[in-house]
Design a protein around this ligand. Structure first.
Ligand code: CAA
Ligand code: FAD
Length: 379
């Protein structure tokens, strides 16, 4: 196995690092505090090609591989995980789902604009009573011939009020259970579609999370994705790749906290020496670095499985399970390395600690990743 990155991959990594440091770092604390969506920054990310990285250039995308996407996600997430979740949903759920399973007409109509960030997408699977248990969809999509009528509620939708295009999963034939589920493209201004309240969150507070209500929302047949009854498989397939993005987000949160800890440990003095000279601090840094390296290798393994056309459900779930734990453990220790300064906002690590937690919950909780991994192991 060759772990060396290509010139192109290194260039993407550097571009993402520069963008994060120059455009995302200023104001990140205020955006977190005020729950402010990074609208200007997301617009620039679109212009720089970070919102449709893996999309074929014929649909205005970057035509890059998943390894490059992981590298960019890590760099952006080191600084601002609220911006990187927008990037993750748009790239690996919405753009990838449409490119892989959409019709040519759907791609022409939506993918160009999504890939350039002219518009943003959202992915709507979760419901008040269908989170981990995602087959229990209560949102219905009744087939009326040339259109479907959608009714129901979606919960926790990232980009809920900022998106223009929503990929919505709904049940058409309840008796068929998950095989009766369909996936649709719903445009923001469709009558009967209402964006509910914004969630006041522990972390990724700059991201825009809402419930969505659908009352007799008429969706034209041409906005149906894939074969009849393919909706649940569509969601699972899309999430297999999405989990690589969230794993990379967790990796970035961990490596951001680690880098801040190394810097701080070399500056802060206690008992007459820099705290980095105390072995207790050195060991914390050693554990952080080792875990982060292992998480990075799992992320790159999953990405290269996807790029090589190998199955990546298991490696993606492993990367997410492990990286999200590393994000949690590393950020808690980063606060400890910073002492009291770690507990206040200016030093960033308390925010990284709050942001880390979501990576163990969304796109399948850690318990769900273990279900996915063990089913793959035992099948
Ligand atoms: N890849 C491909 N197919 C899969 C799959 C996977 N990872 N997991 C399940 N499937 C398929 C199964 O093969 C099965 O198909 P067949 O009937 O044709 O064999 C079908 O889906 C149903 O699977 P199960 O019988 O295993 O269903 P289950 O109810 O026992 O378990 C589950 C399914 C894996 C737990 C699934 O419900 C799940 O992944 N839940 C978590 C949901 C989730 O991740 N939500 C994330 C929402 S998006 C989000 O969170 C975005 C964000 O924050 C930014
Ligand atoms: P539950 O499913 O009720 O789980 C509660 C607990 O029980 C968890 O610890 C879980 O692991 C455990 N549990 C459940 N079933 C089992 C089992 N079989 N075995 C062992 N343990 C189990 N969803 C979208 O569709 N689109 C989005 O854009 C999106 N963005 C999100 C953004 C944020 C900030 C948040 C908080 C959530 C978002 N989600 C989104 C929803 C997210 O995917 C769900 O919250 C997640 O899948 C868990 O579902 P739940 O909250 O209903 O928890």
């Amino acid at each position: 196995m060759d772990f060396r990155l290509t010139e192109e991959q290194l260039a993407v990594q550097e571009a993402a690092r520069d963008f994060a440091q120059t455009e995302l770092l200023p104001g990140v604390i205020e955006r977190d505090e005020e729950q402010k969506f990074p609208a200007e920054q997301i617009k620039k990310m679109g212009e720089l090609g970070f919102l449709g990285m893996m999309v074929d250039p014929k649909y205005s995308g970057g035509g890059m591989d998943t390894v490059s996407y992981v590298l960019a996600m890590e760099e952006i997430s080191k600084v601002d995980a609220s911006a990187s979740v927008v990037m993750s949903v748009n790239n690996s759920l919405v753009c990838w789902g449409l490119e892989k399973y959409g019709t040519e007409e759907q791609k022409q109509k939506y993918l160009h604009k999504l890939a350039t960030g002219e518009i943003i997408g959202a992915f709507c699977l979760s419901e008040p009573e269908a989170g981990s248990d995602a087959t229990m969809q209560r949102t219905t999509a009744v087939d009326y011939g040339d259109y479907y009528l959608l009714n129901g509620t979606k919960n926790w939708i990232t980009n809920g009020s900022t998106a223009t295009v929503y990929l919505v999963i709904a049940q058409t034939y309840p008796e068929k259970r998950h095989k009766g589920i369909n996936a649709f493209i719903v445009e923001r201004d469709t009558p009967g579609f209402v964006v509910g309240k914004k969630e006041n969150k522990l972390g990724i507070r700059g991201s825009d999370t809402h419930s969505l209500m659908f009352t007799d929302v008429k969706v034209p047949k041409e906005n149906h994705i894939g074969e009849d009854g393919f909706g649940f498989k569509f969601a699972m397939s899309v999430l297999n790749g999405g989990r690589i993005g969230i794993a990379a987000q967790a990796l970035g949160i961990a490596s951001g906290a680690y880098e801040l800890s190394v810097k701080y440990a070399k500056e802060r003095k206690a008992f007459g020496v820099e705290i980095a000279k105390h072995q207790a601090i050195q060991f914390k840094l050693a554990d952080m670095a080792t875990n982060i390296e292992a998480a990075r290798l799992l992320c790159l393994q999953a990405a290269s499985d996807k790029d090589a056309g190998r199955d990546y459900a298991k490696s993606g779930a492993m990367a997410k399970l492990f990286s999200s734990k590393v994000a949690m453990d590393t950020t808690v220790e980063a606060v400890q390395v910073h002492g009291g300064y770690g507990f206040v906002k200016e030093y960033h690590v308390e925010r990284l600690m709050r942001d880390a937690k979501i990576t163990q919950i969304y796109e399948g909780t850690s318990e769900i990743q273990k279900i996915v991994i063990s089913r793959e192991l035992l099948k």
